[in-house]
Design a binder for this molecule. Structure first.
Ligand code: NAD
Length: 455
């Protein structure tokens, strides 16, 4: 394999994006993957969970049709058929990726690779050498110490493969995975309790989102327990699994989902042994994603920061272009949009009020309630938008809560990217009636001329 420009370890979003871009730029690429192309995102994360969340949305629509005069009801969820639909979506996308990899003439090596020296990866005993090595081995679902998955205790990996809807579920962890599965199972008819150690759900988001989401979840009949720490888990309980909290409360359910974060896949791949510096398990990189070992870069969930597929894509593209000498701009974590696909959805970009206050000393905020937005009222959506303005006039944070607000994040991204003031942006004409108009209303309010809102 001498003469290869890039050997990439891992075929998830970071790895395959790097491979595709490098190939487009005329570099020769070897992509090493032990499983299927697409990684966690395609096989155990973004795509299968969003397929399930789509079925949840359809179930809610069937259940709620009667409220708006459509005689409908939900007869039940056939999780076998739901799973077949989810798998068909995943398989179609996987085949698409495979055909793109072939079209780019990427050499795909199936096997478990390890870094053995700068520029050298060993795959099941076979050596692959390249001018550059890109580490892209992603992350895995953490468990609680002493509580390994098995039986009624699952991580998101096993939760995606359930064949029947559990009657009662405890979700441990109120981060992105926890709230998405909570929302999903509630829509499928389960009784769900979500347990979070911190004071609010989605702790990395603005507290505005956490409060709106907790309120909406409670309205949906979900039990939300915050500031709740687990003392013990008993998986031998006669009726499934029982969880005792430090407060003494005992919860029992048929299923316990552990969603307490994802850890970088950095052990067992020869990284530290070859001289790649790690910090709390993450690969240490500079702003050009170079590791401490010359010629070795790292992308995606291996690098401390938001663990998001679209960050991985951007990392991969950046590294390929940097190696090809195009001098791309480094990827900024604050410019990465975040979307949580629960009902209601949460979408955000930039800083939270807390982080903006730390950064600028003082900030101004405006909130706009979807109660004033015509399209949201038609759709029965509740939630709102919060804008954060720094003292120099630029908007530095946007948080949105409501049905399908994830589709609105693109405009917020452009707003943050341009650094324009609310006064300039308030003259943008938004189509009526759209949900996207709510962002326009928030901008009007921030410019001191609210329309469908009280001053
Ligand atoms: P997370 O870090 O987002 O949330 C884990 C939560 O568990 C935290 O709020 C933490 O306080 C809580 N927790 C930890 N230990 C606990 C305990 N013993 N008892 C109660 N609560 C406890 O992690 P996640 O939700 O597992 O997600 C992992 C990663 O995957 C995240 O970085 C996330 O962004 C990413 N992801 C993104 C999407 C998306 O973009 N829609 C979807 C799924 C996952």
């Amino acid at each position: 394999m001498n003469g290869t420009d890039l050997v990439i370890l891992g075929g998830g979003p970071g790895g395959y994006a790097c491979a595709f871009r490098a190939a487009q730029l005329g570099l020769s690429v070897v992509l090493v993957e032990r499983d299927k192309l697409g990684g966690t995102c395609l096989h155990r994360g973004c795509i299968p969970t969003k397929a399930l969340l789509h079925t949840a949305e359809v179930a809610d629509t069937a259940r709620e049709g009667v409220r708006i005069g459509v005689k409908s009801s939900l007869a039940g969820i056939d999780l076998g058929a739901v799973g077949a639909y989810k798998d068909s979506v995943v398989d179609r996308l996987r085949q698409g990726l495979r055909s793109l990899a072939d079209a780019h003439r990427i050499t795909f090596v199936k096997g478990t690779g390890a870094l053995v020296a700068p520029g050298t990866v060993e795959v099941d005993g076979r050596r692959c050498a390249g001018r550059h090595v890109v580490l892209a081995t992603g992350s895995y679902a953490r468990s609680l110490p002493g509580v390994d998955p098995g039986g009624p205790v699952v991580t998101s990996d096993q939760a995606l493969a359930l064949t029947s809807v559990p009657d009662r579920v405890i979700v441990l962890g109120g981060g992105v995975i926890g709230v998405e599965f909570t929302s999903l199972w509630r829509s499928f008819g389960a009784e769900v309790t979500i347990v979070e150690a911190l004071p609010g759900l989605l702790a990395t988001e603005d507290t505005y989102a956490a409060k709106q989401l907790a309120r909406a979840f409670r309205r949906r009949g979900i039990k939300v327990k915050t500031k709740a720490r687990v003392a013990t888990v008993d998986r031998t309980a006669p009726d499934g699994v029982s969880v005792t909290l430090e407060s003494g409360d005992v919860l029992s359910a048929d299923l316990l989902l552990i969603a307490v974060g994802r850890a970088p896949n950095t052990v067992g791949h020869g990284y530290e042994e070859s001289g790649v510096a790690l910090d709390r398990g993450f690969v240490v990189t500079d702003d050009r994603l170079r590791t401490s070992l010359p010629g070795v870069r790292a992308v995606g969930d291996l690098v401390s920061g938001p663990q998001l597929a679209h960050r991985g894509f951007q990392h991969g593209i950046f590294v390929a272009e940097d190696i090809a000498g195009l001098d791309p701009s480094p990827v900024q974590d604050t410019a990465i949009p975040r979307v949580t696909y629960c009902t209601p959805e949460v979408a955000s970009i930039g800083l939270t009020e807390h982080a903006a206050t730390d950064a600028y000393g003082t900030v101004e905020t405006v909130t706009y309630d979807l109660a004033g937005n015509g399209r949201s009222q038609i759709l029965g959506a509740s939630g709102g938008i919060k804008l954060i303005r720094a003292p120099h006039g630029a908007i530095v944070g946007v948080t949105m809560v409501g049905d399908r607000v994830g589709e609105l994040i693109g405009e917020a991204q452009v707003i943050l990217g341009t650094g324009a003031t609310a006064k300039d942006l308030a003259s943008l004409v938004h189509a009526h009636p759209t949900q996207n108009e709510a962002l326009g209303e928030a901008l009007l309010a921030m410019a001191g001329k609210p329309l469908h809102a009280h001053a």
